[in-house]
Design a binder for this molecule. Structure first.
Ligand code: GAR
Length: 198
């Protein structure tokens, strides 16, 4: 008998195009994960409606309603208790998580970042890659550790930076690769073929 599919909660802050890529991938009967809920720190995140339209449970808690990062994370934890995820996939979730939260989910929480980490952590990565004169740019799926945009790499994809590229044209080329590798990386983690080390 095949292994039960791993339960995945996705955390978003915005439009959720990577979330959509994961939802689509999980529709395949042989995909090793199912999406059990989508959470946002932004009440108006477009991805919440998209997830609901697929019949997926959604929830939001506005981080500004909480006096501290820890208080907000306790609210996230309460939601996660209902959904009982095995894995958390951050998909454009633009909040820094505390070391306590990342430690609790060590090896079971993954993130996608629009750069070839360790290059260009943080925001505005496409501008940064062009400004640095890089010949290539890309995206990385990695396990989450306390440092922002750090942690062991699961998959990376590269794209060329072309003459005349703007941050927008480059972002579009990278995003297509994000949508390709995030479902692949989640499948690796769900199957136990990619595990956290070091
Ligand atoms: C994506 O490009 C993702 O890689 C990035 O935010 C965007 C979210 O778009 N994440 C980060 O920068 C995390 N450090 P989406 O909501 O359409 O998936």
């Amino acid at each position: 008998m095949s292994e039960p599919r791993k339960r995945v909660a996705i955390l978003i802050s915005g439009r959720g195009s990577n979330m959509s890529a994961l939802i689509e991938a999980a529709k395949a009967p042989d995909y090793p994960a199912q999406i059990v809920g989508v959470f946002s720190n932004q009440p108006d995140a477009g991805g919440l409606q998209v997830a609901a339209s697929h019949g997926i449970a959604t929830a939001w808690r506005w981080h500004k309603d909480y006096p501290s990062r820890t208080g907000f994370e306790l609210a996230i934890a309460d939601v996660l208790k209902l959904w009982r995820p095995d894995i958390i996939a951050l998909a454009g979730f633009m909040r820094i998580l505390t070391p306590e939260f990342t430690e609790k989910w060590k090896g079971r929480m993954i993130n996608i970042h629009p750069s070839l980490l360790p290059l260009h952590r943080g925001l505005h990565t496409h501008e940064a890659a062009i400004a640095a004169g890089d010949k290539e740019h890309g995206c990385t799926v990695h396990f989450v550790t306390p440092g922002m945009d750090e942690g062991p790499t699961i998959l990376q994809a590269r794209v060329p930076i072309l003459p005349g590229d703007t941050p927008d044209t480059l972002a579009e080329r990278v995003l297509a690769e994000e949508h390709r590798i995030y479902p692949e990386a989640l499948a690796l983690v769900a199957r136990g073929a990619a595990t956290f080390s070091g």
